[in-house]
Unconditional design. Structure first.
Length: 234
């Protein structure tokens, strides 16, 4: 079984062996759309070294990220819980890389028949809901100067890399703000030598400094994941 996803790593070898014949390793390009609003959730994905975004688009076309899915998560969990069609959210590839794909119907069958998998996925659902709730509060209560460092730390934690292949335009869409605001905030972080930005590539130079600039949301989300799923790096 391909290592790297923390949900899979939280399972016993027996449970992983049951899923293995149904998992397909795929490569994903940045910007690819996996699920559009109104589509049925046919597949679920266990990211390994890629990053997915769950975004919501308003009637006026404004878009914002409501969830980030990386190697500690599973994309499409609502298909297991009975919601096969998502009317408002879109799933896209934020950073290119690999993920394991599995048929949603098979996962639903395993969820019902495998007690261990059932328990792990319910705990993951609780952790993901905590992430979504924290992000909602963060977007309402914290400044962009706090939110951008938090978002970069979230991406770094899931990609396990200090190099983040992300454009300012993409970041502005995910954060639901104007590109000019992201440009100004990123420039301030660069002037403080916390990050280095060049042509769609961000390098985190000083993680401790970036964490000090971010709001408490990054640590709260990570603590909840560690509490519910353990600190297993896969």
């Amino acid at each position: 079984m391909m290592p790297g996803n923390r949900i899979l790593a939280a399972l016993s070898q027996e449970s992983r062996d049951r899923l293995a014949p149904h998992l397909t390793l795929l490569d994903f390009k940045q910007g690819a759309i996996l699920h559009s609003p109104g589509d049925a959730l046919v597949y679920l994905y266990f990211p390994i070294d890629c990053l997915f975004s769950v975004t919501l688009t308003m009637q006026d076309g404004a878009t914002a990220e409501v969830g980030m899915v990386g190697n500690r998560e599973l994309l499409g969990i609502t298909a297991i819980l009975g919601n096969h069609v998502m009317d408002q959210t879109e799933h896209s590839v934020q950073a290119a890389g690999r993920a394991m794909r599995i048929d949603a119907q098979i996962m639903r069958q395993e969820f019902r028949s495998n007690e261990e998998l059932h328990d792990v996925l319910l705990r993951y659902t609780q952790a993901f809901l905590a992430q979504v709730s924290q992000i909602a509060a963060c977007n309402s209560l914290h400044t962009l100067e706090q939110r951008l460092p938090r978002w970069l730390l979230e991406a770094q934690d899931r990609l396990q890399s200090d190099h983040l292949p992300l454009t300012q335009e993409f970041m502005s869409t995910m954060l639901g703000v104007r590109r000019a605001g992201v440009t100004q905030t990123a420039q301030k972080l660069q002037e403080r030598k916390l990050i280095q930005y060049c042509r769609g590539d961000i390098k985190i130079l000083n993680q401790a400094g970036l964490e000090a600039s971010a709001c408490e949301c990054f640590h709260r989300i990570r603590a909840e994941y560690d509490r519910l799923l353990g600190n297993n790096k896969g």
